[in-house]
Design a protein around this ligand. Structure first.
Ligand SMILES: [Zn+2]
Length: 314
């Protein structure tokens, strides 16, 4: 039986691959130093699916992380997790310069507020980030979008959500709630990791899998959102490749070259075989050479994020 798409509800989906929870937990254990198997309950496998209708790639069941999981991951990554600067902030700030009242969903400590000229309200579920916002004297509330919507339908001229959509179990319900907080003619600005960037080429990319990310977004899928809500896509803005991303990309190219040379290409999302570890070890040594070669090459792909700007139709 086909899995139902978590964006458009279609059953026109196919299973691209399957991930063993045991393997996923082992990767997380190596990275975080703790066992996260309780996040998956009784599941032993998770499907990675593609929706032919809207082009969303998603995991089924869409197991999302508990607050404990986010506590662990944010403490492991430190300030890199809730970044005070995101490349899309300046772009979105310019797009929203005429908006008098902006709601940011999943705002962290409310750093985007600096780019907003009018009123700013952030919504954040992590209590530590809400306390940090209070210290910065930024208006951030410890509420979900669904709770906030109850008292504030149609209140805002714009809603934003940066790097949140890929974390939610039901993107359709999330987008619908966001759109109900803005007036007709208002703007919705949504950024996600781009599946049309180097991100989709990463191997064993645990942070792009459950319980962290449960969906992956192409430009085509972001355009297709228009078909399910009364909105029009006005703009898609891709981030340029940063220095950090360029280093990741060089590592990806190195692995691909080694795999090609050894004749062991893989389509698996997780490959923990001895051969894969050997590929990683050799690739590690040749990555600096790939970096130097790529620095003068025109083949650099797009950077990590893409930002979509939608107008709510009247
Ligand atoms: Zn779909």
């Amino acid at each position: 039986m086909s899995e139902q798409c978590i964006l458009c509800g279609s059953s026109e989906t196919n299973q691209v691959s399957q991930v063993r929870i045991k393997d996923l937990c082992l990767l997380y254990h190596n990275y975080l130093g703790c066992d996260i198997s309780q996040e998956f309950g009784a599941h032993t496998e998770i499907s990675y699916c593609h929706c032919r209708e809207c082009d969303l790639k998603f995991f089924a069941p869409s197991v999302t992380g508990s607050s404990k999981f986010y506590e662990v991951i944010s403490s492991k990554m430190g300030p890199n997790y809730y970044l005070s600067e995101k490349s899309e902030y300046a772009f979105a700030g310019a797009v929203l310069q005429d908006c008098d009242n902006v709601l940011d969903v999943g705002s962290g400590a409310g750093h985007f507020g600096r780019y907003v000229k009018g009123g700013f309200t952030g919504l954040e579920l992590n209590p530590a980030a809400v306390s940090a916002a209070r210290e910065l004297k930024v208006n951030v509330r410890n509420e979900s979008i669904e709770e906030h919507l109850l008292q504030n339908p149609g209140r805002y001229s714009a809603v934003t959500s940066f790097q949140v959509l890929e974390h939610v179990a039901s993107p359709h319900a999330f987008i619908q709630s966001c759109l109900q907080t803005i007036r007709p003619g208002g703007l919705a600005v949504i950024s996600v990791p781009s599946e049309d960037s180097y991100v989709s080429l990463q191997e064993n990319a645990l942070l792009n899998m459950p319980p962290h990310h449960v969906s992956r977004w192409t430009d085509r899928c972001l355009k297709n959102i228009e078909n399910f809500f009364k909105i029009h896509l006005e703009q898609l803005e891709h981030e340029e490749l940063t220095e950090v991303h360029a280093a990741s990309f060089a590592g990806i190219i190195a692995r691909r070259l080694v795999r090609q040379r050894l004749g062991c290409q893989t389509t698996k999302l997780i490959d923990l075989s001895f051969r894969s570890k050997a590929v990683g070890r050799i690739a590690y040594w040749i990555t600096p050479f790939c970096s130097r070669f790529l620095a003068n090459s025109p083949i650099y792909p797009r950077g990590h994020s893409v930002t979509a700007v939608y107008r709510k139709l009247r």
